[in-house]
Every structure is written in structure tokens, then in C-alpha cells.
Unconditional design. Structure first.
Length: 43
């Protein structure tokens, strides 16, 4: 039972870390996309 709870906790931590990384990647790609649109709009 203790092992199960430990595994659950690890999984939750992993999911949280993964979501944070995904948000970072998403925001970076979003800013790149916006810069691209702005560059195209100026031309």
C-alpha cells in the first residue's frame, strides 16, 4: 500500500513536470509564431 502511494506521488510529480515543460515549449513556439506573423505583416 505504501509502495502504491509512493508510485502515485511520483506519477503526479512527473505529470506536473511534464506539463510545465510542455507549457514552456508551447509558449516559446507561440512567441516564434507571433514574431513570424509580425515579420510577414510588415513586408
Amino acid at each position: 500500500m505504501i509502495d502504491y502511494d509512493d508510485n502515485l506521488l511520483r506519477r503526479q510529480i512527473l505529470i506536473i513536470l511534464l506539463s510545465i515543460e510542455l507549457k514552456k515549449i508551447f509558449s516559446q513556439s507561440l512567441t516564434t509564431y507571433v514574431k513570424l506573423i509580425v515579420a510577414v505583416a510588415r513586408n
